[in-house]
Ligand binder design. Sequence first.
Ligand code: C2E
Ligand code: MG
Ligand code: MG
Ligand code: MG
Length: 271
Amino acid sequence: QAKSAGRNTMRFFDPALQAIASAFIAFELDLRHGLERQEFELHYQVQVNSVGAVTGVEALLRWRRGGTEMVPPVQFIPIAEANGLILPLGQWVLETACAQLVAWSQDPQRAHWTMAVNVSALQFAQIDFVEHVGQALQKTGAKPTQLKLELTESMLVDDIEGVVAKMKAIKGYGVAFSLDDFGTGYSSLSILKRLPLQQLKIDQSFVRDILVDPNDAVIARTIVALAHNLDLRVIAEGVESAEQRDFLAAIGCDAFQGYFFGRPVPAADLN
Ligand code: C2E
Ligand code: MG
Ligand code: MG
Ligand code: MG
């Protein structure tokens, strides 16, 4: 059957597999076009301090595929990483987030807010990433001290010298670093000590059951102690209830983020 389709026709024998392959190719094409068609947007989720004041936001990328269907980042970021689209997309995120900081600088209630931006491994690994960050700041006029880049442990495993040098150069602009999803990766304490970080972010997987699972409570306490001993601040992500917030505050957590304080929303919907 496949043979009768001719020498130059590629066919899958399994129609189900063929359907999956076609859907994937369509998805990837749509993703590539999404940037030109301006289908990406940033939503912002507030971060609050120990007295409940909003100190800033985290920018979270959203894709409105075809202008309608909302695709969550877990579904498209790994693909954008695999095909390199994360590079222009990541730069768009940086510039858009910086432009938002500048827009807020006119609003006394928001002028001092910090902006946390997620950086992908491929993006950080670019040899000219330092310059890219500098360009985003320069192009928009955003204050570097209000920008915070979120890295993950997975990007700190090899060429630690190079990672530290890059972070120091970016820190030289005044930009801060937070280590996202902390506790889920493999960073060693000796590496952690050498990184010019400002903040550790307790992963939401430890926060979720913190009131019922003693192991999660112990892990959270340990992260807070570790951070404070290294002179870093700690933020907890995924805080969904007042009880979780109170527990985290009691063990010394410095800042909080999660649905309890607010979901990620477009800038216009923040209040
Ligand atoms: P992340 O940086 O760890 O972001 C936190 C995720 O938890 C977000 O999911 C956020 O919407 C969600 N979240 C916040 N509060 C709560 C809560 O109280 N409960 C629960 N269950 N979830 C909460 P989101 O927006 O789907 O993003 C998922 C991941 O995608 C992010 O995890 C980040 O790794 C990645 N991502 C998002 N935006 C970007 C981006 O601009 N660039 C890159 N490279 N990655 C991004
Ligand atoms: Mg993050
Ligand atoms: Mg996180
Ligand atoms: Mg996370």
